[in-house]
Structures are given as C-alpha cells and as structure tokens.
Design a protein around this ligand. Sequence first.
Ligand code: UDP
Length: 325
Amino acid sequence: MNDAVLVTGGAGYIGSQTCKALAAEGYRPVTVDNMVYGHEWAVRWGELVKGDILDESVLDGLFSVHAPVAVIHFAAYAYVGESVTDPQKYYRNNVGGSLSLLEAMLRHGCRRIVFSSTCATYGEPLVIPIPETHSQHPVNPYGWSKLMIEQMLRDFDSAYGLRHVALRYFNAAGADPDGELGEEHDPETHLVPLAILAAQGKKGPLSIFGRDYPTPDGTAIRDYVHVADLAQAHVAALRFLLSQDQSEAFNLGTGSGHSVQQVVDMVHAVSGCTVPTVEAPRRAGDPPALVAVADKARTVLGWEPSLPLLRDIIKTAWDWHAKIR
Ligand code: UDP
C-alpha cells in the first residue's frame, strides 16, 4: 500500500490541488476537513473524513488507522478582515487546532509536518523583495495566528524532534490546468476571481482598493503564484522532510510582482472581456507591495514554478470560472 499522508483542510482550494499532486506522485492522501469552507466535490484523490482537528478522537482514529508518514496542514480560517473583527475564531481554530494536531502527532509518533504559512507573517515589509530572514511582525490576527503556529513548530522541533517545513505563500491564484479543480470561496474576497466574475457579469464591478500607492500605476503589487505550483512545492517539501532530518521555512512566490491594474488588464487580454471597475479606498492593512525572494525553495527543494506567467495563471482561472457557472 502507498504511504499515507494526512492532509488537513484537503477539501479547500490549495489542499485539494495538493491531494491531486500527492496521488500523482504515488502517495495516498487522506483528507480531514470540517467542511466549513471545504467542498466535497474537491476531494477526488483519497479518502475524506469529515471532522475537526480540534477533536482529539477524530485525529486519534486517523493516525491509528492510516499511520501517515507525514502531515500536510492546510486547515485554517483565512479571512484577514474577519480575523480583525472576530480574532477568537482565528486563535481557537488556527492556533488551537494546530496544537491539537501537533499533540496527536506526538501521541502517535508522527514527526513530519508541512505547514501552510503565509507572507502575512512578515507584516509591513521593510524591504522588497522579502527574504525568509525578514523580521516577522504581522499586522492582523490572521497573520499572528500563523506566526504563532510557526513558533510552536520551532519549539516542538527543539523539544521533541518534530520536523517541519513552513511554506510561506504569497498570492495563490489560478486553477488546475486540467480543469478538475479551482477556486470557489464563499464569500469570495480575492482579486483574481473577483475580477473574472466581474468581467463575466456574474458579480458587480471590481473595487480597486487604492490608486494612490507608491507604485508605477498607483495600485498595489503582489506576487501571484499558481495553485498547481504551490501543490508541487508541498510534495517537494514532503520529500525534503522524508530525506533530511531538518526543519526549514520557504517563501513560495515567483519573485515577480504585478499590480491590481495589471491583473485587471490581463483578465481583459486573455478573455476579451472588459472588467468593470470602481475606485475604492485602500483596504486596511494592505501594504503597497509584497514580492518574494523565491530562490531558497528553488535551491533547497528543487522547486521551479511551471506556470510563472500571470497570463497562464489568469487563463487557467478564467477557464475554471467559465466552466463552473
Ligand atoms: N484587491 C482589490 N479589490 C478586491 C480584492 C483585492 O483591489 O476586490 C487588491 C488588494 O488590495 C490587494 C490585491 O488585490 O492589493 C490582492 O488581494 P487579495 O485579497 O486577492 O489577496 P491578499 O493580498 O489580500 O492575500
């Protein structure tokens, strides 16, 4: 039987794509997801167990039955604005859920975990592009919850030898190039899907959050990375953990920044449809630019984005949205 990998949050956008990549590489993904934001249709590779990582009995059952060689931990709430108005939800689910998971790993002797972290742990960047060595001082409870988990992982490494890879994603975007999976958040807050839905007339005009940033066109710059490339990075991180007795953190981005206006223009270029827009004030906590120094994942993990171009990222997302509704 193939080695099992426990995937928390495997019914979500990045988790489901990673299950597909794991299965393609000969692993047996087992998803645990509380289905608050996950989709049953997205779990197409491996078993789905509906349950919460805060529930010890669910985790004990999973570790006993499947004896996973490692955990890939996506399960988290990820709405920055909501984390500001309802932080207890984020600390309980993200931090409390992760502690429950790590304790179950120790109980069952599973000592390898790949963790979904975020560039939000850096807070307002002091330099662009941002290296992994940049100071970490988040500006919202979501970012703090992820940083606290990184800290727990570092402490569990020192004390118990539980090894981890923390993957700090920049802006995940795009859809499965085979058209089998894609982004479907409710509520949707992300730029790429909102721009596409506006162009397709399925949602109102896109609000451009700020045109007064110190950037060439005045709109904010982000590092968009294809979800299938993120999924591949998790497989590479898993291999790293299985072959090296060592913990590491990596940025996952392409190293190229694109502005909100460039994203809007690219949706038009790939689809021929205009994106209706309205001007809006800056969104609180949004820095002018977030771009990764992306060399470490390339050098150490051998990870190379296969779809680094904004055009390809948006084309796959467009095709997905054209198909689903
Ligand atoms: N953005 C925007 N309008 C929207 C949603 C996002 O102008 O309706 C901008 C946002 O201010 C940021 C960029 O698009 O500069 C990416 O935002 P998103 O929410 O997709 O990801 P985040 O950077 O917050 O993780």
